[in-house]
Design a protein around this ligand. Structure first.
Ligand code: NDP
Length: 425
């Protein structure tokens, strides 16, 4: 028999919700493209979960969604399914409270506080049942980007396997910014055996004070590796030291990042000199003359030639992005002679999400939340992201009424329905 809490949750199943919505007719800068609307709460299928969003993580993918570029996510979805909605609700990370569950869901129940991972795939297909990892299957998509009904709304719809228990000692906003960058970094550092981090391994991390980088630094340290970060200021350098980096390099000290010049040109000589200075400073920051076994890449075009060259023999450059550009150069002689590996990586599987959260629950990794916005600031927050004025992890308070709530001691207070929804239900 359903508990009283479950019965109440079902009675309260909302019909509509406030959401920040993108439509193709207003694609463009986020400040105009993302607008508040009242949207019908979708029905759940048997393996889905409805979550009352307390806080949502901010990520660049919703800027791309707002611009309709490089992918028109609404058109792409409607091409796959002509009944798909003509709008997009972004947001690929959430913390919240389970409101209702589909008939086949057994591992979460209404009232549970959860965080949400962002990979979705067709769990019933033969492909995902036979693939070595569901992240490698064709049906794999990112929640709140390739899929609709993300977390910039009072309610979000997720697959049951996306739900993980929220760490009860963290606030809503802290826990809303863990599950995209954290598992991504954890997979970069652990999945690609034999090039996973081992105790004593030096690891070079670009953008080490950013969202992905600040979590990478902590994960390397937790696994016994020696993280050296690249940052753009002394202040950021000291910040990553406080997270466990053994040292840092300031990228503005070198003037030859960017495309790799032709190897016989004078520009290449200058590039090689700048590279030698960078390598010398890496040794200094590390405190020993050893090259990185792993290079954590996401910065792309500007940094890739340096990444490939500095990586140790039989080491790996593992990339998840191309912030500065997608055309990346490298000198192939270094790849074959020194038997290095270039590895693409993308988000993480359920096991990796779980293992990352275990490190958080053991307090070996802390959230690195830099900025918190109100719900009505969703368009502004994305505009700030577009203009490069947000660095690191940022959160939006959705149903959480103020920052600092959501730890176990105030869970009861937070489980009450919001005034906004009570009016609409
Ligand atoms: P942030 O903006 O928080 O951090 C990126 C950092 O990169 C900045 O802080 C900056 O640090 C550094 N940076 C920017 N431009 C350059 C440059 N030209 N050369 C060197 N460093 C540069 O972003 P995130 O950490 O959240 O994300 C980083 C990238 O990873 C993004 O491209 C994102 O799309 C991708 N990503 C991919 C995922 C996947 O699953 N495929 C998942 C998560 C993220 P500083 O100025 O201090 O050097």
């Amino acid at each position: 028999m359903a508990s009283r809490q479950e019965q109440l949750a079902y009675q309260d199943y909302p019909k509509t919700m406030n959401a920040y919505v993108i439509r193709s007719e207003r694609y463009g800068e986020p400040i105009d493209a993302i607008q508040p609307e009242v949207i019908a709460v979708p029905a759940l299928s048997s393996h889905q979960v409805l979550i009352r969003v307390m806080a949502a993580g901010l990520n660049y993918n919703n800027v791309w969604a707002a611009m309709g570029n490089p992918v028109d996510v609404i058109a792409a979805r409607r091409k796959r399914n002509r009944n798909a909605e003509p709008f997009h609700i972004g947001g690929s990370e959430a913390s919240g409270i389970v409101t209702a569950v589909g008939a086949e869901v057994s591992h979460v129940k209404p009232g549970d506080a959860v965080v949400v991972s962002c990979s979705i795939y067709d769990a019933t297909s033969m492909e995902s049942r036979t693939a070595p990892d569901p992240m490698f299957t064709r049906s794999q998509e990112i929640y709140g980007y390739e899929r609709n009904y993300g977390s910039f709304a009072e309610y979000t719809v997720v697959e049951d396997y996306q739900c993980f228990p929220k760490p009860d000692f963290l606030t809503w906003e802290e826990s809303a910014t863990l599950m995209l960058n954290g598992p991504t970094a954890y997979k970069q550092l652990t999945h690609w055996v034999p090039n996973n981090v081992k105790p004593g391994d030096p690891v070079l991390i670009w953008g080490a004070a950013g969202g992905l980088g600040s979590l990478s630094v902590q994960i390397v340290r937790a696994l016994g590796g020696l993280p050296v970060g690249v940052v753009s200021s002394e202040e950021k350098g000291e910040y990553i030291r406080s997270l466990g980096a053994v040292g840092y390099i300031i990228r503005q000290h070198y003037h030859h990042f960017g495309r790799l010049p032709n190897v016989t040109s004078e520009e290449h000589d200058a590039w090689a000199k700048a590279f030698a200075a960078f390598r010398r400073d890496f040794f200094k920051a590390l405190g020993q003359k050893e090259l990185p076994k792993l290079v954590i890449e996401h910065s792309g075009k500007d940094t890739f030639p340096t990444s490939l060259q500095i990586c140790d023999r039989s080491g790996m450059v593992v990339t998840v992005g191309g912030t500065s550009g997608y055309n990346c150069d490298f000198d192939v002689r270094h790849l074959w002679m020194h038997q290095k590996r270039i590895q693409g990586s993308h988000y993480a599987n359920i096991r990796e999400c779980h293992e990352f959260l275990q490190l958080v629950n053991q307090k070996r990794i802390s959230p690195t939340l830099n900025k918190v916005f109100r719900f009505d600031e969703v368009p502004y927050a994305h505009q700030e992201l577009l203009k490069g004025r947000i660095n690191g992890n940022a959160a939006i308070l959705v149903n959480a009424t103020m920052p600092g709530l959501g730890r176990k001691e105030d869970a009861t207070q937070q489980a009450a329905p919001s005034a906004r929804n009570a009016e609409q239900a």
